[in-house]
Design a protein around this ligand. Structure first.
Ligand SMILES: NC(=O)c1ccc[n+]([C@@H]2O[C@H](COP(=O)([O-])OP(=O)(O)OC[C@H]3O[C@@H](n4cnc5c(N)ncnc54)[C@H](OP(=O)(O)O)[C@@H]3O)[C@@H](O)[C@H]2O)c1
Length: 320
């Protein structure tokens, strides 16, 4: 990149992409000042060009490859989700000399080695702060801890399951709580990704991979679904001044790291016990630093856009 403006192309203009588009429309001066140079949103790729959106005035295209080939674009932001076609597009962007910022936890967790190899080979940056806990800078946080020996990483990494647990402790059945989560916009039409633990496992695997400096595959995370928890379990926990939360836990033993996600009891007055919705909580215990805690909004368009723009700004500054 020269000292001139940095062009950004979006792949996807849904919940997160639209929030990025609005941020460019509403706070471009702030973004430019943080980057130390102009940062311009050039275009966005979508599936349906006719769909009405609140995404600023970014031009849209239905050809994502035109974003990868646009010489004005230096940074590609992938917010399509899933592995197909997102994986092929991210690799293509790097091969075409673009830096990549992604919020895609599934792709990063599964394709860790190949993505990092693509970025190294292309001498371009691959950043994914938004993929874990959205606005909470926990990816950057873990990267600063290279010297510590981690002992336990524990957290609430999925807002949908936290919301369902908080509804169930207020008396709803699992089905009622899931319907409420869907109506409130937390759960997807297919809730399996959240309630069966895939989403939390992807995020946990990413954090372990950073801490260990090598790929920890999400298939190695033991998953227990939230579906199996009976409503009675919540009142029994309450009688012990406890609450049930969908916890992600990594135990860094001497020989092998064991990771699990599933419903577990936490003290009612803990940060995890007090969380009721998209609030994420991540605690790391290590040898040099006994306890570090991060918490904040782990989902939502604006919170996720904040992390994405932080990555875009970091690239624009570093590559000046
Ligand atoms: N939502 C959150 O709170 C949140 C938080 C953290 C991370 N994330 C991650 O961010 C990513 C995006 O999530 P989201 O909630 O914004 O998803 P979304 O609302 O479903 O948006 C997906 C976007 O991708 C577009 N798209 C899909 N297939 C495409 C294709 N083949 N070519 C071009 N565009 C295509 C869609 O186009 P149309 O609009 O035309 O259908 C849509 O604009 C995911 O990886 C997710 O895990 C989301």
């Amino acid at each position: 990149m020269s000292d001139g403006p940095v062009g950004v192309g979006l792949l996807g203009l849904g919940t997160v992409g639209s929030a990025v588009g609005r941020a460019f429309a509403d706070r471009s001066r702030r973004i430019d000042a943080a980057a130390g140079r102009p940062v311009k949103l050039v275009a966005a790729a979508v599936r349906d060009a006719q769909k009405p959106r609140e995404a600023g005035d970014v031009p849209v295209t239905t050809d994502p490859h035109s974003i990868l080939e646009d010489p004005e674009i230096a940074v590609v932001v992938e917010v399509i989700g899933g592995t197909d076609p997102a994986g092929e597009l991210v690799h293509g962007a790097l091969e075409n000399g673009k830096h990549v910022v992604t919020a895609n936890k599934e792709l990063v967790a599964k394709d860790w080695n190949a993505l990092h190899e693509s970025a190294r080979h292309a001498r371009r940056e691959l950043r994914f702060e938004a993929a874990v806990a959205a606005a909470v800078p926990v990816v950057a946080g873990m990267r600063t801890l290279g010297a510590v020996r981690p002992r336990v990483l524990r957290g609430l990494l999925n807002g949908t399951t936290t919301y369902i647990c908080s509804r169930m402790e207020a008396g709803s059945s699992f089905e009622e709580a899931l319907a409420q989560a869907t109506a409130a916009g937390y759960a997807e039409a297919d809730p399996s990704n959240d309630v069966d633990g895939h989403d939390a496992a992807y995020k946990l695997a990413i954090l372990i991979s950073i801490l260990e400096g090598r790929h920890y595959h999400p298939d190695n995370v033991r998953r227990t679904s939230l579906r199996g928890v009976a409503a009675g379990g919540f009142s029994a926990a309450a009688a012990r001044a406890a609450r049930i939360r969908y916890l992600a836990v990594a135990d860094f033993g001497d020989r092998a790291t064991k990771a699990r996600v599933g419903p577990e009891e936490v003290p009612a007055d803990s940060l995890e016990g007090q969380a009721a919705g998209p609030m994420n909580v991540i605690t790391l215990e290590s040898d040099l630093v006994p306890r570090l805690v991060w918490s904040g909004p782990g989902a939502g368009g604006d919170a996720t856009a904040s992390a994405i723009l932080g990555d875009v700004i970091a690239i624009a500054r570093a590559r000046g």
